[in-house]
Design a protein around this ligand. Structure first.
Ligand SMILES: *[C@@H]1O[C@H](CO)[C@@H](O)[C@H](O)[C@H]1NC(C)=O
Ligand SMILES: *[C@@H]1O[C@H](CO)[C@@H](O)[C@H](O)[C@H]1NC(C)=O
Ligand SMILES: *[C@@H]1O[C@H](CO)[C@@H](O)[C@H](O)[C@H]1NC(C)=O
Ligand SMILES: *[C@@H]1O[C@H](CO)[C@@H](O)[C@H](O)[C@H]1NC(C)=O
Ligand SMILES: *[C@@H]1O[C@H](CO)[C@@H](O)[C@H](O)[C@H]1NC(C)=O
Ligand SMILES: *[C@@H]1O[C@H](CO)[C@@H](O)[C@H](O)[C@H]1NC(C)=O
Length: 164
């Protein structure tokens, strides 16, 4: 138990250091984190919002510039880099499709859109998400083929695509 606990702590610290390593060490004693987040991520999220055709619960109304996109409903950012790491909008009665620009959310590790009415094809650009570990799109109405480019998601462990 004791060893296990230490290992977890070590892994945590190691991960934290890795995440903040791209901040110049000489400029501050504490790792300085990004304040606003990456514009590319913001534009991709706004693109997704534009593709939503039905939103009876008004979940996407929080996606506006009075809030930083890291605080938008369904969005989780890395606390230091402020890059979007998880997109989770389950059971929100959303209809729409996925924009190609979802492939610009290059730090995503998880997408969970289970139990909505998303339709259309899953864009090939999903293959640009090299950190994606979990893609859970079950209980939607996606059509077409599984994008061949998904083979580039080298970290992918979970792929769920069951339809309604
Ligand atoms: C934002 O992210 C994109 C894609 O990962 C990257 O090319 C760009 O350099 C980033 N911009 C900033 C200001 O970090
Ligand atoms: C932006 O989102 C916030 C948080 O949900 C909300 O309080 C505010 O009314 C929204 N503003 C607009 C212009 O929709
Ligand atoms: C995001 O992705 C789209 C489509 O893949 C691309 O055309 C666009 O230039 C990208 N936008 C930014 C801001 O990186
Ligand atoms: C799926 O969403 C529908 C409403 O759109 C809801 O009635 C149902 O309970 C949800 N199912 C699950 C398993 O959450
Ligand atoms: C397919 O994935 C590769 C590797 O990530 C990427 O370079 C390429 O742009 C993707 N293709 C499309 C159409 O997005
Ligand atoms: C989707 O799959 C991921 C990975 O297995 C899981 O963590 C998540 O709970 C699933 N989402 C739902 C709504 O079941």
């Amino acid at each position: 138990m004791e060893l296990h606990g230490r290992l977890i702590l070590f892994t945590f610290l190691h991960g934290f250091l890795l995440l903040c390593m791209n901040t110049p060490m000489e400029s501050a004693t504490l790792p300085s984190c990004n304040t606003f987040g990456n514009e590319t991520d913001r534009l991709a999220l706004l693109d997704l919002k534009k593709r939503i055709t039905q939103d009876p619960l008004h979940v996407m109304s929080s996606c506006n510039d009075s809030l930083n996109f890291c605080n938008w409903v369904g969005v989780t950012c890395n606390r230091c880099t402020k890059r979007v790491v998880i997109l989770k909008l389950t059971t929100q009665k959303l209809a729409g499709s996925l924009p190609k620009s979802i492939g610009n959310l290059s730090h995503l590790t998880g997408i969970d859109l289970v139990n909505n009415s998303f339709a259309g094809e899953i864009p090939q650009e999903i293959g640009r998400l090299g950190s994606l570990r979990s893609l859970n799109l079950s209980r939607n109405s996606f059509g077409g083929k599984i994008p061949s480019n998904i083979s580039h998601c080298a970290q992918l462990r979970v792929l769920r695509l069951s339809i309604k």
